[in-house]
Design a protein around this ligand. Structure first.
Ligand code: SF4
Length: 340
């Protein structure tokens, strides 16, 4: 089998070069080109043609084919990429005042089955390699200058933990994109053992926890993962994470009409997060036709926000971007595949 160079960390790439009789600077060249988002050895112009041919005989690099590129009126850009095996993933570029942020996928599909999410409608097909994760950032970075990355697109990153760690290492490697982990966010729906493992690594990234309900009764209804690791276990792991890393956790809370948007829910949430290094991000749900869930009214959003604030919780309401191009997680892939 050919070696996937896009998914090797720099040390392993040097070992690959060494075992093939190549000097270390070749590994640097290859790593740099991969981080620049090239999809073939032919684009590595400072490597001689015979060596490029040899490399393509013994190894591969990730190829992403841009299947669709949609640009929203608010500047959000959504890519639908086709992978080498024909699977589709989505990547979204969002413009914020502080720069361009790219939201990448970590799996093809997802097996977590959160009720409000289009990504899991067809289950999990496979994990993305570390190279496929990096290639999303690098490809978008070729067209727009990317200043931050969120691993929050299709998939549960912690369900693809080993590849996630290689990706995190490669994106920050000085031989490539050299992005500080402070500009990287990783989301999770609450895979508790992985949160604890990641805490011990003390990386300076932002952990973003998809909480969406403050009690087991409500959370069990919308997030099956809660039956395995309940709210109490999850929050305990989060507290440990903040203690180990000294980093604030961002709690994502999608507001769904008549499901999790009452004042009682807001009060329970405030109690749950009391005294914790935390921030709550309220998100009006994106309507997913198949699930029959509706966004909370503006009044409910305001009431929820006010209750949290009154109780001393840091809270913001996320601006919804790219509504006109199905920018919410999984919507474009789902619609494309439904139409095929
Ligand atoms: S919200 Fe995230 S974890 Fe839940 S089903 Fe969607 S992609 Fe998976």
């Amino acid at each position: 089998m050919k070696t996937d160079l896009s998914s090797l960390d720099f040390t392993s790439l040097k070992a690959f070069a060494d075992s093939n009789g190549l000097p270390a600077y070749r590994a640097e060249q290859i790593f740099r080109w991969i981080s620049k988002g090239v999809s073939s050895f032919d684009e590595m112009t400072d490597i001689s043609k015979p060596l490029r041919e040899t490399l393509s005989e013994i190894s591969v690099i990730t190829q992403l084919k841009t299947e669709k590129k949609l640009i929203s009126s608010d500047g959000t850009v959504k890519y639908l990429f086709t992978l080498a095996d024909g699977e589709h993933i989505e990547t979204v570029l969002m413009n914020y005042e502080h720069g361009n942020s790219v939201c990448i996928s970590s799996q093809v599909g997802c097996r977590m089955n959160c009720a409000f999410c289009a990504s899991s409608l067809k289950g999990l097909k496979r994990n993305l390699s570390a190279g496929e994760m990096l290639a999303q950032v690098a490809t978008v970075n070729r067209e727009y200058s990317v200043s931050s990355v969120v691993v929050m697109g299709i998939g549960e990153p912690m369900d693809n933990y080993d590849n996630l760690l290689i990706f995190l290492e490669n994106i920050s490697d000085p031989h490539g994109l050299a992005m500080s982990h402070r500009h990287v966010s990783v989301s999770t729906c609450g895979i508790v053992p992985r949160i604890c493992e990641l805490a011990e690594k003390k990386l300076q990234l932002t952990l973003s926890v998809s909480l969406h309900a403050p009690d087991d009764e409500t959370r069990n209804k919308i997030m099956p993962v809660n039956r395995k690791w309940n709210v109490e276990t999850l929050i305990e792991a989060c507290r440990r994470y903040t203690e180990e890393t000294k980093r604030r956790i961002s709690f994502e809370y999608t507001l769904i009409k008549d499901v999790n948007d009452s004042v009682r829910h807001a009060e329970t949430l405030a109690k749950l997060l009391h005294g914790m290094l935390a921030h709550v991000n309220l998100i009006p749900v994106n309507y997913v036709a198949e699930r029959g869930l509706y966004p909370s009214s503006q009044n409910s959003v305001r009431r929820f926000y006010d209750t949290l604030q009154k109780n001393g919780i840091n809270v913001t309401v996320r601006r919804t971007l790219g509504n006109d191009i199905n920018a919410a997680c999984g919507q474009l892939r789902h619609k494309t595949e439904a139409a095929e």
